[in-house]
Design a protein around this ligand. Sequence first.
Ligand code: SAM
Length: 196
Amino acid sequence: FILGKKRATEVSHLVWKSVVQKGDTVIDATCGNGHDTLAMLKMVADESCKGSVYGLDIQEAALQITSSLLEESVSPSEKELVKLFSKCHSKMDEVLPKDTSVRLVAFNLGYLPGGDKTIITESETTLRALEVAKTIMVPEGLISLVVYVGHPGGWEELKTIRDFVSKLSVEKWICYEFQTVDRSWSPILIFLFKKC
Ligand code: SAM
């Protein structure tokens, strides 16, 4: 597990791999350009094609980019395991079949790289989405966040997430935060592991 030359998202993928199993159901709460959705699909897709990835984004453009990336990267039967929704992640429970529990909910916050930088994740909806995510996780599941602080509202969003984390039961959750200490604008990784 060498952090040195890895980007924050690559590090988060390594952590996901330690939790996610073939056949699992997972959620990409911020599809963006689809890189995380694709990484999740590779982790859950098993030979009998049983895993599921639910992807959400409020921008139709992001969902189209994600869909195209999947089309050029995986087989049609694997792509069918991904369901994309033009919806706020605070409503993620509404896209799941009844009584479905998920192994991983991943947030890669901020704006769409290469897109409109004024459309960003917002503290209020991020908090609501975390509250929902908390209720749909399997035991030993993971909520993963990549938080950017270099844009307006970024620090406020980080503070909102830290407040949410501080209220989680230590009996039920174990939470980690990673940051490169010599680069003040680098993304912050937050991992919330559900113990039971
Ligand atoms: N995971 C992406 C990838 O692998 O390329 C990058 C995500 S990008 C940093 C953040 C995305 O969050 C943007 O595409 C933006 O439209 C989306 N977003 C913003 N607010 C949202 C919300 N309330 N619900 C769902 N997606 C949202």
